[in-house]
Ligand binder design. Structure first.
Ligand SMILES: *Cc1c(COP(=O)(O)O)cnc(C)c1O
Length: 507
């Protein structure tokens, strides 16, 4: 059976992996899910014990990509190249035992946040798709960021052939380290653009650019936001890797995973790991005060509220874009029901599921919403007692596990893993609040060196025409625009790429 993908909302059916990855969002507004979830037996899983991260990653990912779409020997190379950039080898995503839980460290990639696990792979997949074959095509990635995704995307796409990368961010409104991470990259295909406005303005500019069909076609616009299937897929790998690292040989005992959650991409990967056959117990959704998902687990109502800024900014969202994929499974893979839910969400900002569906969600997920005090005091406590500094996002999961264990006794230290989504050095404000400004902990050398590098950035007004003009002027491939447009229309005609337009709102 070939591996194919269909939209949660039912109109796009049986698409191939390449088309799904290049397109991002389905044309009907839904998200792509695999037509069947591949299974791995305990025997297959056991055979991976002791293997390096890259081998476990390949064993998981190859189930989602047909050998005749990407020959698996090429896929293996792409995966090896993607994870060679991680500092911790051969583990990449090691798990470490502390008093109350295991910590799965996901921040050993180039930008010190878990998003590298997916974006390092996505960058290489784009390059592979766009440089193979007789007809070569270039893609222009345009995204808005309030910090983390921008740098992870830039490090994933820098220097890639046939890929132009434009990242918009609000002038003066990202942290110093985040801005330095983005703007110190010398590669010619990377363009960091400060916008005179806030993050919402940047997102609105990106949306407007995507809405312009001629522009979209002329520059072949593409997206890398967290709904891209390849990002979810890449994240399934470290659930397998950590389970193999923590569990006893031949064991089938489940582990609980607590995940700092915003757009629901990271934890959704854990759900797929469980559905593939990995012994996963509860998945704990940990949020900051932007708690749309926690409220859903409590009440069965998914209701949008305004987003407010917190000390864990990478989880500041009002809706969780990837949650649609889980809702699709809750609707028993019925696209008609799911599309109906989203029509009501677009009208009234609320989805209310049946009592049975709510009970099912509560059997698979637990949840916790952490206040600012929770996050900071958890960071302080863990540092004092165990000399381990958490980032504020990770602290939501630590606080959640402790609170839930008190209540239910379910989350014993040897059965529970929290996902550490970023290195604390990226979030100095929260660290200073937790352990004082004079903590004397040096920055990792890779972040320290950023302070001596030149910054390369430009400034545009909050005006979509100015942004479009800048993209057209700077994109690589624009010099041969006639040849280039023939290439695109040829591809369109043979239908191998289809539309290349989708929206992006990277955080
Ligand atoms: C993006 C991000 C999150 C949220 O992950 P989702 O997949 O959006 O739920 C959590 N922590 C950090 C540090 C992040 O950068």
């Amino acid at each position: 059976m070939p591996v194919t993908y269909s939209s949660t909302r039912g109109e796009a059916k049986s698409w191939k992996f390449e088309r799904v990855v290049l397109q991002g969002l389905a044309p009907d507004g839904g998200l792509f899910v695999p037509d069947s979830i591949p299974q791995m037996s305990m025997k297959e899983i056991e055979a991976l014990r002791g293997k390096p991260f890259k081998d476990v990653a390949y064993a998981v990912i190859k189930n989602y990509v047909d050998d005749n779409e990407i020959p698996h020997k090429d896929l293996k190379k792409i995966i090896e190249k993607s994870y060679a950039s991680f500092r911790d080898q051969p583990g990449c995503t090691p798990s470490i035992k502390y008093k109350d839980f295991w910590v799965l460290e996901l921040f050993h990639g180039p930008t010190f946040a878990f998003k590298d696990v997916a974006l390092q792979l996505l960058g290489n997949l784009f390059e592979y798709f766009l440089t193979r074959g007789r007809i070569q095509n270039a893609i222009t990635i345009l995204g808005a960021t309030s910090g983390d995704t921008g740098s992870a995307a830039i490090y994933g796409l820098r220097g890639k052939q046939n890929v132009n990368c434009f990242i918009l961010y609000p002038k003066g409104k990202v942290t110093d380290i985040q801005e330095r991470q983005m703007t110190s990259i010398p590669d010619k295909n990377v363009h960091c653009i400060q916008v005179e406005g806030d993050f919402d303005d940047c997102q609105a500019l990106v949306k407007k650019a995507f809405a312009d069909k001629d522009f979209k076609k002329a520059v072949n616009l593409g997206a890398i936001n967290s709904i891209n299937w390849a990002r979810v897929m890449a994240q399934i790998t470290y659930y397998f890797y950590s389970w193999l690292q923590i569990s006893k040989p031949k064991s089938t005992d489940p582990l609980h995973y607590a995940v700092p959650t915003g757009n629901f991409g990271d934890i959704l990967a854990g759900y797929y790991a469980k559905r593939m056959g990995l012994p996963v117990g509860k998945l704990v959704i940990a949020t900051n005060s932007n708690d749309v998902l926690h409220r859903f687990i409590e009440t069965g109502k998914y209701a949008k509220l305004q987003c407010n800024p917190t000390v864990a900014p990478s989880m500041d969202i009002s809706v969780s874009s990837n949650f649609e994929r889980y809702l699709y499974y809750l609707a028993e893979e019925n696209s008609t029901v799911l599309a109906g839910w989203f029509r009501s969400f677009e009208k009234g900002g609320v989805i209310e599921v049946s009592t049975a569906a709510h009970a099912k969600a509560r059997s698979e997920f637990a949840s916790y919403s952490a206040s600012k005090h929770d996050m900071i005091s958890t960071m302080t406590g863990m540092y004092k007692e165990e000399k381990y500094l958490l980032c504020p996002h990770t602290a939501t999961a630590a606080a959640g596990v402790r609170a839930l264990h008190k209540k239910t006794q379910e989350y014993a230290h040897n059965k529970t893993v929290i996902l550490a989504t970023a290195h604390p050095a990226k979030f100095e404000e929260a660290v200073d609040l937790a352990i004082g400004k004079n903590h004397g902990i040096p920055r990792p050398p890779e972040l320290e060196i950023l302070f001596s590098l030149d910054r390369r950035r430009s400034l545009v007004s909050n005006d979509v025409d100015a942004v479009k003009a800048m993209v057209k002027r700077r994109m690589i491939g624009a010099g041969s625009s006639i040849l280039y447009s023939i290439n695109i229309s040829t591809l369109m005609t043979i239908g191998s790429l289809g539309f290349m337009a989708y929206s992006i709102c990277a955080k």
